[in-house]
Design a protein around this ligand. Structure first.
Ligand code: SF4
Length: 299
């Protein structure tokens, strides 16, 4: 029995996304991911199909060796894909597909809609409008419990349209996962390779965290065989303490290492013991909740 409150999808796009196992492969902007960390499915939204980013992280997993097939966000198509993606998950049809057929029963639930993709989502110039439209689709499906997660490098939070977008997220069970990979400008430059100073990122994170609690995502790795130094690890904890001292609220620090093929061949993962040690250090030095993620088995 169809839900009459949900308007039918544009009939012109439906044949593209008929209920067969290749449906998601035809999507350009929306992609489902089975996330053990989220204990369910995450429906990703890619606002950077051109693969352009204002950072150039040495561990980035976006394949920039091949040219992007799609260069512009097509709003109507993106919203259709989101709508159809939600229908496939909510109906359970997604578990009839080859890719998701083996999903354990306990993980057969939708956890979130995540804005990430192949670049920095907040650089999309209609970020606020797009977030508002996606929130409408979520509301139409009566998914108030489903989070809207923004996975971001925090470089654009000082822009007005981004602040408007963050406020819309706040009203729609939103969560900000802001990345912070260093405690010093020098290490940040080595890892994130951007013209935007670390201080701008710290100021942006602090300002956003004063308005709502945020999650910090920290990815540490071995660079040319070298794990981050003890001084760098301490500096990272100090930056977190400074954010909190300035009135920022951090609800969780996620400590990661490299899980998939990185952009640069001289990048390698930390060992599980090293990730655990760093997570423990963060918890001790800051008093914040910190969790460790080790590799591909966790995502
Ligand atoms: S910010 Fe994200 S998308 Fe951009 S280069 Fe870094 S890891 Fe890649």
């Amino acid at each position: 029995m169809p839900d009459e409150s949900i308007p039918p999808t544009d009939q012109s796009v439906l044949p593209l996304f008929s209920r067969h196992e290749r449906a998601f492969e035809q999507f350009r902007f929306v992609y489902p991911v089975l996330s053990r960390r989220a204990h369910g499915l995450s429906l990703g939204v890619n606002l950077n199909p051109d693969k352009v980013c204002n950072f150039d992280c040495i561990y980035c997993q976006v394949d920039r060796t091949s040219e992007a097939e799609t260069t512009f966000v097509e709003t109507e198509r993106l919203l259709d894909e989101l709508d159809i993606g939600l229908r496939l998950i909510l109906s359970g049809d997604i578990y009839q597909t080859h890719k998701f057929g083996g999903t354990p029963a306990a993980l057969r639930r939708l956890n979130d809609i995540a804005f990430s993709g192949d670049g920095e989502p907040t650089t999309y110039r209609n970020f606020d409008e797009l977030i508002a439209e996606c929130a409408k689709v979520k509301r139409r499906h009566k998914l108030d419990d489903v989070k809207m997660v923004l996975i971001t490098n925090a470089s654009m939070f000082h822009r007005e349209h981004v602040q408007r977008g963050l406020a819309i997220l706040d009203q729609n069970n939103g969560e900000i996962w802001a990345k912070l990979d260093a405690g010093t400008q020098e290490y940040y430059q080595l890892v994130d390779r951007t013209a935007i100073p670390l201080q701008q990122i710290l100021d942006n994170i602090t300002a956003a965290a004063k308005v709502r609690p945020i999650v910090i995502q920290a990815l540490f790795m071995r660079v040319s065989g070298e794990a981050p130094s003890a001084a760098e690890r301490e500096a990272f904890c100090e930056r977190l303490n400074e954010i909190v001292a300035a009135g920022g609220k951090i609800k969780l620090v996620q400590v990661y290492t490299v899980a998939r093929r990185p952009a640069e061949s001289y990048v390698a993962p930390l060992t599980g013991a090293e990730v655990d040690a760093l997570t423990g250090l963060v918890a001790r030095r800051t008093g914040l909740l910190a969790t460790a993620y080790y590799g591909s088995a966790n995502y």
